[in-house]
Design a protein around this ligand. Structure first.
Ligand SMILES: [Zn+2]
Length: 303
């Protein structure tokens, strides 16, 4: 028997987070950009002690968000839904390029980036802020027109607090400006990547133009729902729980409940930026609210 020879240094990190899922003829690959930790001070519509107890019951640190992006390959083209945090969230995130390389795709090969919305954990990986150079030199950006109208509006920026100005407006401009000639603004229910992966619904109103992308092929469907859920430990059981950075708290909660209801009724497969990696799940009703059924890891690509 060959004895195991312990290497001088054992691994201190994981392999890149890459998980493939077939939807008809389309290959979707979840790419982990990493995670971000934060406190619960931004959480609204729930008592803080109750929120902490809910995290504790699930043995979860309060509050850790997975950050997932989704590579879409179809008809000889490669697109990304969101690009993660880039350099803004420290060492626990900004891993998309390692994941993309592990999936066998070069940044230059991405021809379209579909943004769910313009927040630093979704669009912070577009541009290197130290050089102003695009990280995806050949990509067009598909983004809802309301996002462009909001984040490039000086009056809106003047109304924001200094912290919001820096974290959201300035970051959005820094990241988006180098792509200014390469925007494809989406209006409600319009636009198409390839005929088989059309951008679909505007999911009001985490941000003014927050979008989900419905991907369908050969009778199979997947809703990549962006930030419909930020904190699965709280917002699946309590959809009314919102965050201070939801533009409209009431509508954000209402939309979350509507989409969760829709996912239950349709038995819809969903994928989320902040559902724990790899981020594919179905939703069931519990009578009073909802429960998330994360899809188990499958080593084949059969759905
Ligand atoms: Zn987010």
């Amino acid at each position: 028997m060959t004895k195991y020879k312990m290497p001088a240094a054992l691994p201190r990190t994981q392999v890149p987070g890459v998980y493939h899922r077939q939807i008809g003829d389309i290959l979707i690959t979840a790419l982990s950009d990493g995670y971000a930790d934060d406190g619960i001070q931004a959480v609204r519509n729930i008592d803080q002690a109750e929120a902490l107890a809910m995290f504790e019951r699930e043995f979860r640190p309060a509050r850790r968000a997975s950050i997932n992006c989704f590579l879409v390959r179809s008809m000889g083209r490669a697109a990304l839904i969101d690009v993660g945090c880039g350099r803004y969230f420290g060492e626990s995130a900004g891993q998309i390029h390692a994941a993309l390389a592990a999936a066998g795709v070069a940044a230059e090969e991405i021809d379209t980036i579909l943004l769910t919305h313009v927040h630093p954990d979704h669009s912070g990986g577009l541009t290197d802020p130290t050089t102003g150079q695009r990280d995806f030199p050949n990509a067009r950006i598909v983004v809802h027109e309301n996002e462009l109208a909001h984040w490039f509006n000086d009056d809106e920026m003047d109304k924001a607090s200094p912290a919001e100005r820096s974290a959201f407006f300035q970051t959005a401009r820094e990241q988006m400006e180098p792509y200014r000639q390469a925007f494809t603004p989406v209006r409600r229910h319009r636009g198409s990547l390839s005929g088989s992966a059309p951008p679909r619904a505007t999911l009001r109103t985490h941000t003014g133009g927050h979008c989900g992308y419905m991907i369908s092929s050969q009778g199979q469907r997947l809703l990549v729902w962006g930030d419909i859920v930020h904190i699965p430990e709280l917002q699946i059981a309590r959809p009314e729980v919102t965050l201070t950075f939801d533009c409209n708290q009431d509508e954000a909660a209402e939309t979350r409940r509507e989409i969760l209801d829709h996912a239950v009724l349709e038995g819809l497969l969903v994928a989320g930026a902040h559902i724990h990696f790899p981020g594919f799940a179905r939703v069931v009703a519990t009578g009073v609210s909802f429960r998330l059924l994360p899809e188990p890891w499958c080593h084949t690509l059969i759905g």
